[in-house]
Design a protein around this ligand. Structure first.
Ligand code: AMP
Ligand code: ZN
Length: 510
């Protein structure tokens, strides 16, 4: 099956072709969180959509090497307006936490020194990992075997410095009169290809940034900072240009190249990352590697709205995962609510939508349990197997999640999920149907099939042989052996019943 994906570079929906089609391996870099606070559900919509893309690729046979950074340095409050402008986000966090400590409102689980930016980063990074795990974001599981899949910029300062050095050497960067190292955008003719913010467009005032302070020293107002010497900055490192800190675009370019290679298949982020962040990443990466491309496909999630408007603390419509869990929501329902709208459109989060998502998941879980309770559905042409194929086809149409869910819902209505369990006559269809549901959920990630006993594969031959042995034991009036076999079957997760029509068995549902 082929995946069709919208590619912002060509402004077309294309058949996804990886760099390495033979080995079916996809390299995927996702811009991750800045860990100065708990991530909110808008952040998680971007991370979850990247996860759904990854899971879809896996469902059609690709191995995905995903890297998601955890930004612990280099992100300033005014980054979008001025290079290195405003305050360091980590410094803002330490000030906020110190104030909370003074007022006695610091959360009791925060047993760290709130004045230490690295300790604060670590605290929120751990909180992020916990939340992301609860939401089923797979890259977090990869960390258990390889911590380089979620790298921290503070660990990659030497690589960033050497990238800046090579850009200066090749004439793509310069040290300005204020000592700051800037990337020379005029040296990269493709600047603007991703966002449409070409130098001409920026000159005529479209989509440009206001950067009054540094304009005087830059060759071009769109030139962006690579390294800023600042001996007073809270987080700083020695460099050939003095103690200071890196530009925020630099970290993703350095870590993607270091961990995934010069050219990567897919790069994801939220829509606000398109410009300047991703545009600048492309410029500095292509110039540093000498390659024509940095990422072949870009994947941008449109913003999440809450109750139809931008999320904000002052409007009272700002939620973290924790806020919603405290209100009784399950991570599965939150996941479904955040992924059900196609990533190319704004999604609107509402509490009613969250309840509807929960209801839908409950029904799917009931189907899983119902399938477990039945020996067989006695339905010849299984709706779930058909739904699985249609589901994956819909996902391959640029991640049509709502269409895919529609196929699943249609299939569920074919099963008498709400009726009382009936005895089945054999498990073969059942296993295939559960497998179909499992494949669908390998993308959705919301049905807890692990808690369903039937997802563990049963050794049918052993069960059949034991039932036969038990019948012989009963025929021979060897009741203790017959009881022993009943216990053995129970241990295998199978419960048996003797009736007028012989011995039937069902799986034990926990
Ligand atoms: P940050 O932690 O601020 O660097 O943001 C992490 C990611 O969340 C970025 O990729 C942003 O584009 C994304 N993001 C922020 N707000 C929203 C939102 N309301 N909806 C979707 N994505 C968002
Ligand atoms: Zn990034």
């Amino acid at each position: 099956m082929q995946l069709k994906l919208y590619n912002p570079l060509t402004r077309k929906t294309e058949v996804f072709t990886p760099i390495d089609p033979e080995n079916k391996v996809v390299s995927f870099y996702s811009c991750g969180p800045t860990v100065y606070d708990y991530a909110h559900i808008g952040n998680f919509r971007a991370f979850l959509n990247a996860d759904v893309l990854r899971r879809t690729l896996e469902a059609i046979g690709y191995e995905v090497k995903q890297v998601m950074n955890i930004t612990d340095v280099g992100h300033m409050t005014e980054d979008n307006l001025a290079d290195g402008g405003g305050e360091d986000k980590m410094e803002v966090a330490t000030a906020r936490l110190l104030e909370a400590k003074k007022l006695g409102t610091l959360s009791s689980d925060m047993d760290i020194d709130p004045s230490d930016p690295l300790a604060v980063a670590e605290f929120y990074a751990n909180a992020f990992m916990k939340d992301a795990k609860a939401l089923g974001i797979r890259v977090v599981d990869d960390v258990e075997t390889n911590n380089e899949v979620m790298p921290r910029p503070t660990q990659y300062i030497p690589q960033m410095i050497s990238m800046v050095e090579s850009l200066i050497e090749s004439g793509h960067a310069y040290v300005a009169s204020d000592g700051v190292v800037y990337f020379d955008v005029a040296s990269f003719p493709k600047y603007g290809e991703l966002s449409g913010n070409t130098l001409d467009a920026l000159r005529s005032g479209e989509g440009g940034r206001v950067d009054m302070e540094t304009q005087a020293v830059k060759r071009n107002p769109a030139d962006f900072m690579l390294w800023k010497p600042d001996e007073t900055h809270v987080m700083r490192w020695p460099s050939p240009w003095g103690d200071g800190y890196p530009g925020w675009h630099l970290e993703c370019s350095s870590m993607a190249t270091e961990l995934l290679g010069d050219i990567i298949d897919i790069h994801s982020g939220g829509e606000d990352n398109i410009f300047p962040h991703h545009e600048c990443e492309i410029a500095q990466s292509c110039c540093a590697t000498g390659k024509d491309s940095f990422a072949n496909y870009w994947f941008h999630t449109r913003f999440l709205l809450v109750d139809g408007t931008k999320m904000s603390k002052s409007k009272g419509n700002f939620y973290t995962l924790r806020d919603l869990v405290k209100k009784g929501a399950t991570p599965a329902a939150i996941r479904l609510e955040l992924i059900r709208t196609n990533y190319c459109s704004n999604a609107n989060f509402t509490m009613q939508g969250l309840k509807d998502s929960q209801r839908q998941i409950d029904r799917w879980c009931r189907l899983a349990d119902w399938l477990c309770e039945h020996g067989s559905t006695k339905i010849a042409d299984t709706p779930l197997q058909q739904a699985r194929d249609k589901f994956i086809s819909a996902m391959c149409e640029d991640l049509n999640v709502s269409g895919a869910i529609g196929f699943l819902s249609e299939a569920v209505s074919e099963y008498a999920v709400d009726s009382a369990p009936v005895k089945g006559d054999g498990p073969s269809t059942l296993t295939e149907e559960l497998e179909a549901l499992q494949t669908i959920d390998s993308i959705l990630g919301v049905i807890n099939l692990e808690s369903c006993a039937c997802t563990e594969s049963l050794d049918m031959a052993t069960i059949d042989a034991l039932i036969e042995d038990r019948l012989s034991a009963r025929d021979n009036k060897d009741w203790s052996r017959a009881d022993e076999i009943r216990e053995e079957l129970l241990a295998l997760g199978v419960s048996i019943k003797d009736g007028s029509d012989g011995t039937t068995w069902t799986r034990i549902v926990q």
